[in-house]
Design a protein around this ligand. Structure first.
Ligand code: C2E
Ligand code: MG
Ligand code: MG
Length: 434
């Protein structure tokens, strides 16, 4: 018994009780031998949690450990008993799958895992959402040894991370040139700017009471010549690593203003257009001149434009942000605080900033009306906004019950799939006409 116990300790992760990396490699190696003999395929999933580091850093290891434990239980529940799951270390897990018909069968399985992680995790009195990125490699085409299969699943996972959260990616040969791709994305983004491959989609903002369109949020899309329409999750983070984001951000502002003015000239009433700002843009005093120049060049009135910023960008250099915001505010352009409530607020600074609009993050709206805590938080945010004289916008409204609750609580505006997704300019125009 003591020997069994020692073996178990040496081959399992003490926190989750799952197999460890060493045991997983060994079982995978055996499975490869077996699959070769029977001429069968294998699949390796490499699963990495999104933003786990933030939870660990801000809430401590005790909370981080419990999150990992709960995640492992959900993953175990999502797979078959014959599948092998391991914790490789940190926030990385691996799953070995056998007995399937085609690699395509792996897609619904990945979806099932995302689904299993979708509902919030509860630790002590706090709630957490964790997403995941999954990379998939297939024996024999992506590797014939356990090391190579695992390494290639890992490379595919990195590719999945480059897209939105909760995505999976299969390994492909080109991934071995991953480092190259990085450089490539940057040069592709430059080309995209030059060749006008970006476009804006507009998500209507509605008045909660009248359900009239009062404006829109401009959201960038990349019409990639090979990959098709890409969402901001696939490229904005990369652009934010360099001054590219400043050029892209300026293009977005100019295009949003140009389009807004054009619609007005056609006799339509598009309301205000909101444009998202990145940290690097705020950190430059030249932003003030850019806004001035864009408004001038497009003949856009300052009150037709609204700028959205997230707290993280403001708090990274609050004094600088305050100065820049005040100057832009003096031009007549209003600021909205995006994704409110998800980050630790410094109320002192929030009060100082010339903010006029508060956007309640969709993560609070998602579980209404089931989650009483979220509803209490929304009420608190609304009360704070009201006492500071701010307009409130709820993001990510998908269900009528959610709108009913927000309306009852006195929210001013909302945007969400319930009434409209972000739309190409032509479609938004048709909606305005209708
Ligand atoms: P955001 O500013 O918070 O934008 C709202 C996001 O929520 C959009 O995603 C929108 O499609 C999505 N959304 C709206 N209603 C619903 C709903 O009912 N349910 C769900 N599940 N989602 C909903 P999108 O377009 O993928 O944009 C993601 C983020 O990318 C934006 O978050 C913003 O931070 C950033 N982004 C977009 N365009 C730009 C841009 O021009 N410049 C910069 N710097 N960032 C941008
Ligand atoms: Mg926004
Ligand atoms: Mg937002």
């Amino acid at each position: 018994m003591a020997e069994d116990r020692l073996y178990h300790l040496a081959h399992h992760d003490p926190l989750t009780g799952l197999a460890n990396r060493e045991l997983f490699s060994r079982l995978l190696q055996q499975a490869v031998v077996d699959a070769r003999r029977k001429q069968k395929q294998l699949a390796v999933f490499f699963i990495d949690l999104d933003h786990f580091k933030q939870i660990n850093d801000s809430m401590g290891h005790h909370v981080g450990d419990q999150v990992l434990d709960q995640v492992s239980q959900r993953l175990v529940a999502a797979i078959r008993q014959s599948d092998i799951i391991a914790r490789l270390g940190g926030d990385e897990f691996a799953v070995l799958l056998r007995d399937f018909e085609s690699p395509d069968d792996m897609v619904p399985l990945a979806e099932k895992m995302f689904k299993a992680l979708e509902k919030s995790l509860q630790v002590d009195n706090s709630k957490f959402y964790v997403g995941a990125s999954i990379g998939i490699s297939i024996y024999p085409q992506d590797g014939v040894t356990s090391d190579v299969l695992l390494r290639n699943a890992d490379a595919a996972m990195y590719r999945a991370k480059g897209n939105d959260r909760n995505t999976h990616a299969f390994y492909t040969d080109e991934l071995t040139r991953k480092a190259l791709q990085h450089v490539q994305l940057e040069s592709e983004l430059r080309r995209a700017l030059k060749n006008a491959e970006f476009e804006l989609h507009y998500q209507p903002k509605y008045d909660c009471r009248s359900r009239q369109i009062v404006g829109s949020e401009a959201l960038i899309r990349w019409n990639h010549p090979q990959k098709g329409l890409l969402m901001p999750g696939a490229f904005i983070a990369e652009a934010e690593k360099s001054d590219l984001i400043i050029e892209i951000g300026e293009w977005v502002m100019r295009e949003a203003c140009r389009q807004n003015v054009q619609w007005r000239q056609q006799g339509l009433n598009p309301g205000k257009v909101s444009v998202n700002l990145s940290g690097r843009q705020i950190s430059k005093y030249s932003l003030v001149d850019t806004v001035k120049e864009v408004l001038d060049a497009t003949r856009c009135q300052p009150q037709w434009l609204e700028l959205e910023v997230v707290e993280r960008f403001v708090m990274s250099s609050p004094e600088q942000a305050l100065k820049v915001f005040e100057q832009i505010h003096a031009l007549g352009v209003q600021f909205a605080l995006d994704d409110s409530g998800i980050e630790h607020s410094s109320l002192v600074y929030l009060k100082k900033l010339p903010l006029k609009i508060l956007k309640i993050d969709s993560s609070f709206i998602r579980d209404v009306p089931e989650d009483k805590n979220d509803m209490a938080i929304i009420q608190a945010i609304l009360a704070m906004a009201k006492s500071l004289g701010l307009t409130t916008v709820a993001e990510g409204v998908e269900k009528p019950e959610q709108l009913a609750f927000l309306l009852e609580q006195g929210t001013d505006l909302f945007q969400g799939f319930l009434l409209s997704r972000p739309l190409p300019a032509k479609t938004f125009e048709a909606l305005l006409k209708a």
